[in-house]
Design a protein around this ligand. Structure first.
Ligand code: UD1
Ligand code: MG
Length: 452
């Protein structure tokens, strides 16, 4: 039996933030979610999340996770005090307890599995992850004897200068025999520099504690301030980019490309410099994105090209070209082989296949049929100052340059709208609609008192 406890009650004072530390994001997921994910492979029987500072907010952010049990630590008196809160919940539990600090977001599932395996095979009372790091500042130092058996952990602030030289650090990830841990938890004191009940003090009392060294120290970076967050972001982006490049995605100047963990990419996708892919974005095979695009929570079909554009909550069909300088947002569906062009904004609209909105338009709350041609500068006037209204344009219709469609309005199929028209009434199928003042010529006219 294996239970997991994630420590997520701390404020994260060093983050200087209104947000609890564990809710800060890295590539589309919060620190605490990443920590929970890292113990998926070991299939825990129970997962406890210890919450305290803005606990309701942490709970809310994790509401989509199934099977989490939240334990409140009312006052945050230290990591040892946090684990003491589990005593009423775990009681006589006969299994192991895996403890993870909620601010260690880059741990690999395999590493956690290796920790648990080593712990169980060696019948240890406790086993913990350690790493040799170039700069151990801020971390607890781990002092080992023979065979990786741990003698003591001393927190950075409590180290003397010589102890501080030790660069073997505690990752904040431990596996305990619960009954052994439970026996020593009441012995914790807070007579240290931070006046906290340290979980690491239990190693003064437990026997047979083994350290498992992580080869890649970057995995166990703990996030205590925004500089650490930036370092973790860089490491994670490198991992994500490499994973996609190995899966058949070309990246030009990869360092300038940012991809959330939640994004899916097809093969032979080309990402140009300055491309940002966020949220639940899915990009089909053979798409070419960038330079300089921001795409979030959107789905692009195959062979789509997007240049210098911002796309959110949008679906784009195969073979469509978007940009330069398009902004598609808030529930847009674009069909196949469309051309969505230069300086075009489309909001909450459906655009049929082979329809072009090529230049300088605003299309909002509209439904456009197939093979429509929206002339340069066409605007849907969808807002009357109080409410938004719909516009419909039937298949094969064309709007002339600089037309305004004052919604609610319905334009039929096979219609031509003359340039500069202001369409305020519905237009039937198969006709020409002109809605503008006729041009007048006044022969011989000149301004009063003016010369010819
Ligand atoms: C801790 C370890 C240190 C280790 C480092 C690894 C202790 C005493 N020190 O230090 O040895 O090298 O992590 O990153 O454990 N938390 C609570 N309740 C509390 C206090 C903290 O839930 O009362 C949570 C925090 O939200 C955080 C985690 O515990 O997720 C670690 O706390 P933090 O203050 O970051 O400990 P470190 O100083 O980093
Ligand atoms: Mg920390």
């Amino acid at each position: 039996m294996l239970a997991v406890a994630i420590l997520a009650a701390g404020k994260g004072t060093r983050m200087k933030s209104q947000l609890p530390k564990v809710l800060h994001q890295l590539a589309g997921k919060t620190l605490v979610e990443r920590t929970i994910e890292s113990c998926q492979q070991v299939s825990p029987d129970r997962i406890f999340v210890i919450i305290g500072y803005k606990g309701e907010q942490v709970k809310e952010a994790l509401s989509h996770w199934r099977g989490l049990e939240f334990v409140e630590q009312k006052e945050q008196l230290g990591t040892g005090h946090a684990i003491q809160q589990l005593i009423p919940y775990l009681g006589d539990f006969e299994g192991d307890l895996l403890v993870l600090n909620g601010d260690v977001p880059l741990l690999r599932q395999e590493t956690v599995a290796r920790l648990v395996k080593t712990h169980q095979e060696n019948k240890n009372q406790a086993t913990l992850l350690t790493a040799m790091v170039p700069n151990p500042e801020g971390y607890g130092r781990v002092f080992c004897g023979e065979n990786n058996l741990v003698k003591q952990i001393i927190e950075d602030k409590d180290c003397n200068p010589q102890q501080r030289e030790n660069n073997r650090i505690n990752a904040g990830v431990y596996c305990f025999r619960w009954q052994a841990l439970r026996g020593v938890l009441p012995r914790l004191s807070n007579t240290n520099k931070q006046q906290e009940y340290y979980l690491t003090e239990v190693f003064d009392y437990l026997e047979r504690v083994m350290a498992v060294d992580v080869g890649d120290y970057q995995e166990i970076i703990g996030i205590n301030n925004r500089c650490h967050l930036a370092v973790a972001h860089e490491i994670l982006q490198k991992r994500i980019r490499e994973r996609w490049m190995m899966a058949g995605v070309t990246m030009i100047n990869p360092e300038s490309i940012i991809i959330d963990d939640t994004v899916q990419l097809g093969t032979d996708v080309i990402l140009e410099p300055g491309t940002h892919l966020r949220g639940k974005t899915i990009i089909g095979n053979n798409c070419r994105i960038g330079p300089n695009c921001y795409i979030s929570d959107s789905r692009l079909g195959e062979n789509v090209t997007v240049l210098y554009s911002v796309i959110t909550e949008t679906e784009v069909g195969d073979n469509t070209r978007v940009g330069p300088y398009a902004h598609l947002r808030g529930g847009v569906i674009i069909g196949e082989a469309c051309r969505i062009g230069n300086f075009v904004e489309i909001k909450k609209s459906t655009i049929g296949r082979k329809t072009n909105v090529a230049h300088l338009s605003y299309i909002g709350d509209a439904t456009l049929g197939e093979e429509v041609n929206v002339g340069a500068g066409t605007i849907t006037a969808n807002y009357d100052g109080i409410k938004k209204h719909p516009t419909v344009i039937g298949s094969r219709s064309k709007t002339g340059a600089n037309s305004v469609l004052v919604a609610p309005v319905k334009v039929g199929e096979d219609v031509t709208i003359a340039a500069g028209s202001v369409i305020t009434e519905d237009v039937p199928n198969d006709c020409l609609a002109i809605a503008r003042e006729r041009q007048k010529i006044i022969p011989g006219w000149r301004p009063k008192g003016g010369d010819r």
